[in-house]
Write a protein that binds this ligand. Structure first.
Ligand code: C2O
Ligand code: CU
Length: 479
């Protein structure tokens, strides 16, 4: 089947001339190929079930700007003038109307990472909408049914590795947790405007010029050497400082918006009580440290200690540090730490269990899919089931099925795999419910989910350079 075989040209004209292969070709023929189109009645019916409440209006402008990273100023692209925020804050049940203006020199779209929203508002170019041209606008409108710590970013090229990311916090109108304050911590690896930019980095990776050193990276290493690591847009030398009172309970909403870096995160000597991952509640777990891959989120409660405490994020397999300071009383500022203290109390997927209200029901899978991840040996190419996007084969499911998907990582690199529009249990049905899961080098990992949100959804590696070099496909609902 080729793109030109589509007769439904009027609705799908945005696909013409985009040079797409298999995925685009199949989607361009929606309605004739048996796949559920993003604009189908099934998608509209699913949205009606979300029964939206009050409408909330937001405006976002993606534009070139200048960011002060704390003692270092860079030219970059961002939303508004505050790097990494403030983003969007709304309540579960609300209907969001977000007007996006593209003042970038290139086209873009915005994806709402973690939301189980209507498919045609998911922000994936050529799959759910046309690109928003430079100088253009697009209005996203959808209901947010579930609370959670999420974020948004462009879904085009390497734009995510500029300053184009921000938190998306959906509050629970019946919040079950008790806390005195809440802080959003967005962690990022920074290279834009430091004599290079993400497009140049990608080009160098492609030409083998940016030497990859996975051996030195250990289990969680990356491909790109970054000069800076940031929390809430600040370098560790001039970090954001939070004022607090000793004994206060604080909810941390930790988001890894990096393109190529995982971190170990801890809060000085204060234990972390993990309450959510990827916006979904877990059985509370008290721990000292977490590892967080690209695209992942953790919510944790801490009790503010006396003095000055650092919440640290050290990049795994890389040189550097990032932090936020908590100033509760007089004290000395702790030194910048570049390595986490050795601890046995480190959260991992096996120690996290879903909270009862999001746990999957016990059920046999109706469909089992294998997703083989490979690449990095023959040039900078990353594949899913042997193919690079957009030539990947869609993974076909039917609405209502319980799907078991097994990632088989046959590469020497780990991959944070993200599924749009759904949440899945990691491993067993009582496993933590997430939307992004790290699959370590040469390992397998299974997830299970209910196919309950019709449409065409991306499944991809959240390493921005892997995704851009082919490691993406779609989860395609069939009629
Ligand atoms: Cu944050 Cu396609 O993802
Ligand atoms: Cu990857």
């Amino acid at each position: 089947m080729t793109r030109n075989s589509s007769t439904d040209i009027s609705r799908r004209t945005f696909l013409v001339g985009t040079g797409l292969g298999t995925v685009g070709a199949i989607l361009s023929a929606c309605g004739t190929n048996g796949l559920v189109s993003p604009t189908s009645d099934a998608v509209i019916a699913a949205e009606k079930n979300r029964a939206g409440g009050a409408i909330r209006d937001f405006a976002l402008t993606a534009a070139p700007g200048t960011a002060d990273l704390g003692g270092r100023t860079v030219a970059t692209w961002m939303f508004g003038d505050q790097l990494g925020g403030p983003g969007i804050r709304a309540s579960a049940g609300e209907r969001l109307r977000i007007n996006v203006t593209n003042s970038l020199p290139e086209p873009t779209t915005i994806h709402w990472h973690g939301l189980m929203l209507r498919n045609d508002m998911d922000g994936v170019p050529h799959v759910t909408q046309p690109l928003i041209p430079s100088g253009g606008q697009f209005q996203y409108e959808y209901t947010v049914a579930e609370p959670g710590t999420h974020w948004f970013h462009p879904h085009h090229g390497t734009q995510l590795d500029r300053g184009l990311y921000a938190p998306m916090i959906i509050e629970d109108p019946a919040e079950p947790l008790a806390y005195d304050d809440e802080w959003v911590l967005v962690i990022d690896d920074w290279i834009d405007g430091t004599g290079t930019n993400p497009d140049q980095v990608l080009a160098e990776l492609g030409s083998g010029g940016h030497k990859m050193d996975h051996s030195a990276g250990g289990a969680w290493g990356g491909d790109v050497t970054y000069p800076y690591f940031l929390i809430n847009g600040r370098r560790p030398q001039q970090p954001e400082t939070k004022a607090a009172t000793p004994g206060q309970r604080i909810r941390l909403r930790i988001i890894n918006a990096s393109a190529d870096t995982a971190y170990r995160v801890w809060a000085g000597s204060a234990p972390l009580t993990i309450t959510h991952t990827d916006g979904n509640p877990v059985q509370h777990l008290e721990i000292e440290q977490i590892s967080i891959g690209m695209g992942e989120r953790y919510d944790a409660l801490i009790t503010v200690p006396e003095g000055i405490t650092a919440i640290n994020a050290v990049p795994l397999g890389k040189e550097g540090a990032a932090r936020v300071l908590i100033k509760a009383s007089k004290g000395s500022v702790p030194p910048i730490l570049r390595e986490a203290p050795v601890t046995a109390r480190l959260a991992n997927y096996d120690s996290l269990k879903a909270a009862p209200d999001v746990r999957l029901t016990q059920r046999r899978p109706d469909r089992e899919l294998v997703v083989t991840l490979a690449g990095g040996t023959d040039g900078y190419n990353w594949t899913i089931n042997g193919r690079k996007y957009p030539d990947t084969e869609p993974l076909v499911v039917s609405g209502g099925e319980r799907v078991r998907l097994t990632f088989d990582n046959q590469s020497m690199m780990w991959h944070p795999m993200h599924l749009h529009g759904h949440r899945f249990a990691v491993g067993q049905t009582d496993g933590a419910v997430k939307d992004t899961v790290a699959v370590m080098a040469m390992q397998k990992r299974s997830i299970e989910f209910d196919a309950d949100n019709p449409g065409q959804w991306m499944l991809h590696c959240h390493n921005a350079y892997h995704a851009e070099s082919g490691m993406m496909t779609t989860l395609a609902y069939q009629e």
